[in-house]
Design a protein around this ligand. Structure first.
Ligand code: ATP
Ligand code: MG
Length: 454
């Protein structure tokens, strides 16, 4: 009964946003997206579903990206078939999620996310209004209403090549506006991550966040604290690896979306202007993403947190701790602080620690140690990291350059390079410690002032 009433009220509200409740049907002659421009596997998935009597469309980011001339990075499909029905049609598929069930359909390296049309109104929420579970299926119009932004509620039928536009998303895209579907405050309460998505998508697509969606962000930012750490981590990772990290972070700062929420963002955004390391790391990542080069999350997080690690490490050394144990304790401190809010996965945390732990080993340019270091499986990543430190001015460029030559040299040349190491690169302190503790000498060789500007 109540559900019926809600549905009625809700539909009236929805009708207001769509004006007619019926989507605009935009033919290919107007939007120009021929089916050859979308993933042929996504087309096949839609066709198979349609042949079995279901509705099926390519939806969301892919269509939006194509309309503004970007190459979509993945394809999502929305359908009237339930997850179980989808699962039954594709051999290589699996249902994932419990609270939000979707189906991954796989072909070679490609995965298509297939979600069933959902209705929003009977979703289970927590005491802040955040939606916890949402497996009530609905019509396509209902599915369009529960999506976040108008530009994300475009449904493309690859068979007829028509776009169904429920909320004037195409017009908003033309006007470079990111507009929320429905009342922004209510939508942020349902899912605070939408605030981060607004910032990320605006930066990625070069859109202006509509003032009605922009204004509440500052006052509602604290709702992000209730979002599970794993979800936040995924979203931050998307943001940082989007190829627009610099723009995203600048926009986050502009929207007041950083303080007290994510320690990592505090760390990044509170760097004084002169602190170049973090920004260089972000620029470097953006360049790599845009050039289609691989970017590892471990490298990125290691870079973003490095100034924190060095600060902590230096403090510990100043208080009399030995260099290597001080470094490992600093690493743990910094990662523990992040873990309170951001679920950095165990594997990524391992990668981060590897990179950090390698850094002092680059200072050791005598004996057999350099030969061992270049055989290390993470040598290349460690050396890239060393380069970043030099580019930021924290260590002399001579150091990564020397390692570059050493790694590429033949045997005799290497001995020559070892003999040619500048005298001041091997401080007396280091040698003293090595005599006392031979077993841990490898990581103990960091002169106290050899760090990036901290
Ligand atoms: P990109 O793939 O470029 O990150 P996207 O918009 O495709 O952007 P996805 O996370 O792949 O992002 O989501 C696919 C679609 O699902 C979105 O376009 C949107 O319609 C819907 N969606 C995703 N997250 C939310 C959310 N938090 N609230 C409402 N709808 C969402
Ligand atoms: Mg997507």
């Amino acid at each position: 009964m109540i559900r019926k009433l809600l549905r009625k009220v809700f539909n009236r509200r929805a009708a207001k946003t769509t004006t007619t409740g019926e989507p605009a049907r935009i033919p290919v002659s107007q939007h120009g997206i021929h089916r050859s421009r979308v993933s042929s596997f996504a087309v096949k998935v839609c066709k198979t579903l349609q042949e079995h009597g279901y509705q099926a469309y390519i939806v969301g980011g892919a269509i939006r990206d194509l309309l503004i001339g970007h190459v979509p990075k993945d394809h999502d499909v929305a359908t009237s078939a339930t997850p179980e029905e989808v699962r039954a049609l594709f051999r290589r598929s699996r249902i994932i999620g419990r609270r939000f069930k979707i189906v991954h359909v796989m072909s070679g390296p490609e995965t298509i996310e297939v979600s069933t049309f959902r209705a929003n109104q009977s979703a289970e929420t927590d005491r802040h209004g955040r939606v916890l579970a949402d497996n009530t299926y609905g019509t396509q119009a209902e599915d369009a209403v529960r999506r976040d932004f108008t530009v994300n509620a475009l449904y493309y039928d690859p068979v007829s090549e028509t776009i169904l536009d429920y909320h004037h998303g195409v017009a908003d895209l033309q006007q470079k506006t990111l507009r929320m579907i429905g009342e922004p405050r209510a939508r942020y309460r349902e899912d605070p991550v939408r605030m981060l998505r607004a910032v990320r998508l605006a930066a990625k697509l070069g859109l202006i966040i509509d003032p009605a969606a922009r204004e509440p962000i500052r006052e509602m930012a604290s709702l992000l604290e209730n979002v599970p750490a794993a979800r936040l981590f995924d979203e931050i990772l998307k943001l940082l690896m989007s190829g627009n990290a610099v723009r995203c972070i600048e926009q986050l700062r502009a929207e007041g979306l950083h303080h007290g929420l994510l320690p990592l963002l505090d760390v990044i955004l509170d760097q004084p202007v002169g602190e170049r390391f973090v920004w260089l790391a972000l620029e470097n990542t953006d360049e790599r993403v845009r050039a289609d080069k691989s970017v590892s999350p471990g490298f990125l997080f290691a870079a973003l947190l490095w100034p924190e690690v060095t600060r902590n490490w230096k403090e510990r050394q100043a208080a009399g701790e030995l260099s290597q144990p001080a470094l490992f304790a600093a690493m743990d401190d910094v990662l523990d602080t992040q873990a309170e809010q951001l679920a950095i996965t165990r594997r990524i945390a391992g990668d981060i620690k590897d990179l950090w732990a390698l850094q002092p080993r680059f200072d050791k340019r005598s004996g057999r140690a350099p030969f061992r270091l270049i055989e290390h499986p993470r040598f290349r990543a460690g050396w890239d990291f060393l380069h970043l430190r030099a580019a930021a001015g924290g260590i002399p460029q001579e150091l990564p350059d020397w390692w570059d030559r050493f790694a590429h040299a033949g045997h005799d040349e290497r001995e020559e390079l070892l003999r040619a190491v500048p005298q001041d690169a091997a401080p007396a302190r280091k040698r003293r410690r090595r005599r006392r503790k031979p077993a841990s000498a490898e990581g103990a060789a960091l002169p106290p002032d050899a760090e990036p500007a901290a």
